[in-house]
Design a protein around this ligand. Structure first.
Ligand code: F6P
Length: 558
């Protein structure tokens, strides 16, 4: 494995630093002076048409960014990842989510650390497909012989956010009369509300946990098991015996995990468990068996189409020169904004209600991956890292936070994502509603780039102080991602795109984007504090003054 290159020592960084001095972006002027700007800054990958022209880059900046990728070894590191080098140094693991979407029969087969990776991936996919088909056809039945109508995925973080996001995105394709729900939070409201209207006889729970140790997931799984037993016994469907309970679990619980021994200890038959491997990070796992709920809802063919979409972008990232490599270029632009223009956050604004959970998904992908202060060799980072990702679908966001993006004092680069064809082609009084929706996407990116000058405001008859209030500075950078429709393949392409953007940035910053030690301390402390909540005075006395006072408040008001 290559040592991290300090990006600030590269000649590209020096050039970018010089280019930033006195940098005065002028998208209006740049577009006027260069009629070829759109063509020269438009790229494609798979079905994604990617317009980078409204970014704050000149040809010199673009060139220096490409050089930065070369000097920091981005392409070499992609190659290392794809062949199974242990890039996750702090856990001494390979990083092989890309192997989950290699098509069957690719040669040469991928062998890593003595494992026939391709064989194992295809074996799990086959087992998932067979099981999904049984559930979808009704051959798999609940304990009283009824077909499953609801699948409830119990998981958190990467064992939840990917499946929820994809389910919402592809919901119009659910074709087997099976709905999915997702329980993640240990707040009991979550499971209580998600199961309130379900029939235990037709509900299948998937306990999804890479480690099978996560407090939230195991607690919710036990609550779900109690709910199942109580519901079935309450209606007389099963008796109260241990044997009946075991039988009920066998019909209504399956699991997805890398720790199949722990699955068995929980009481789930290993025959009903689907495995994956420690070289799949939680936030990179939606395309592993963690996607079982999706395969059940949409069918094995749709799931394989999703995987094929991912693979298209994997091939692109591995084989395309940096100048045309979409994920690498988008990662480089993020570095430009973060490290040279002072951006702290990045908005992702899908013009697609179906992508309502995309920003939440990206928050784990990007922020758990690159929210780090040390590099993969343990030394401190030499630059700012990890911007804050956030967003909501348009047009809702337009009526909430766009004001700040248009006229606020902060630079917020934004990705707009839109699809030519809608899932539901509705008309309002003869007008295509989706067309109107897309007009908003185009209007927003145009307004952000080109703004509205004081002269233009005055020409409309506005005078005095109102002129400044109605002036839009423009030069707010956006990338437009356009695709024909939100198919499973296109969704896979989008997810892989952001995975590789994240990896590009992590590589430039020298970060191991595949561990997440920053979430551990809170987990440990929660376990230490829980006894104090339950009344243990010694545990309360061991707390700091603020935590102890909050615990006292809790005790006084419960
Ligand atoms: O929050 C930390 C984390 O480890 C995530 O990285 C992971 O996706 C999530 O918890 C859930 O973990 P598991 O799938 O092991 O239950």
């Amino acid at each position: 494995m290559t040592a991290p290159v300090d990006p600030t020592t590269t000649s590209a960084w020096t050039r970018l630093t010089a280019l930033r001095e006195g940098f005065d972006p002028d998208l209006r002027g740049w577009f006027a002076a260069d009629p070829g700007r759109v063509d020269s800054l438009t790229r494609s990958v798979g079905d994604l048409h990617v317009d980078l022209s409204k970014n704050l880059v000149t040809p010199e900046i673009f060139e220096a960014l490409v050089a930065l990728a070369d000097e920091t070894g981005v392409r070499e590191r992609f190659a290392e990842m794809l062949r199974g080098v242990h890039l996750n140094t702090s856990e001494d693991r390979a990083v092989l989510h890309t192997a989950l979407r290699r098509p069957a029969g690719v040669t040469p087969a991928l062998q890593v650390d003595g494992q026939d990776v391709d064989h194992d991936v295809q074996a799990v996919l086959s087992a998932m497909s067979e099981f999904s088909d049984r559930v979808r056809s009704g051959e798999w039945q609940g304990v009283t012989g009824r077909k499953v109508t609801h699948v409830v995925n119990i998981g958190i973080g990467g064992s939840d956010l990917g499946p929820v996001m994809v389910y919402e995105a592809l919901k119009p394709l659910a074709d087997a009369g099976i709905q999915a729900r997702f329980v993640s939070n240990i707040d009991p409201t979550d499971i209580a509300e998600k199961t309130a209207d379900l029939d235990p006889e037709t509900t299948l729970f998937i306990v999804a946990s890479k480690t099978f140790t996560t407090l939230e997931t195991l607690t919710n799984a036990r609550l779900a098991r109690d709910w199942l037993w109580a519901g079935l016994a309450g209606s007389g469907a099963i008796d109260d015996s241990d044997a009946a309970r075991v039988d009920a679990v066998a019909h209504h619980f399956v699991a997805v995990s890398t720790a199949l021994d722990k699955v068995e200890a929980f009481g789930i038959d290993p025959a009903n468990a689907f495995g994956f491997w420690d070289w799949v990070g939680g936030r990179y796992s939606v395309d592993s068996a963690i996607g079982l709920s999706l395969m059940i809802a949409f069918g094995p063919d749709a799931f394989r189409e999703l995987l094929a979409g991912f693979h298209t972008v994997d091939v692109h990232v591995a084989t395309t020169p940096v100048e045309r490599n979409v994920p690498v270029l988008m990662g480089l632009l993020n570095v430009w904004y973060t490290n040279f223009l002072g951006a702290q956050s990045h908005a992702v604004l899908p013009y697609a209600q179906q992508l309502s959970r995309f920003a939440a998904y990206l928050q784990q992908l990007t922020m758990e991956s690159n929210g780090k202060s040390v590099r993969w060799d343990g030394s401190p980072v030499t630059t700012d890292t990890g911007e804050i990702f956030w967003g909501e679908p348009g047009t809702n966001g337009q009526h909430a936070f766009y004001q700040l993006i248009h006229q606020g004092t902060r630079l917020i680069p934004a990705d707009f994502i839109a699809f030519v064809n809608p899932a539901y082609p509705l008309a309002d009084d003869g007008r295509d509603v989706h067309g109107l929706f897309l007009a908003n996407f185009l209007a927003q990116t145009k307004a952000l780039a080109f703004g509205k000058t004081a002269e233009e405001v005055e020409a409309e008859g506005t005078t005095g102080a109102l002129v400044a209030a109605r002036t839009f500075p423009g030069n707010r950078p956006t990338t437009s991602l356009f695709a024909p429709a939100l198919t499973p393949s296109v969704l896979g392409q989008l997810i892989a795109l952001y995975e590789h953007i994240t990896f590009t940035q992590g590589t430039i910053w020298g970060i191991n984007s595949f561990d997440q030690w920053g979430v551990e301390l809170g987990k440990q402390l929660a376990l230490q504090i829980a006894p104090a909540i339950e009344g243990d005075d010694d545990a309360l006395a061991a707390q700091d003054a603020s935590t102890a006072a909050l615990l006292q408040y809790y005790r006084a008001h419960r």
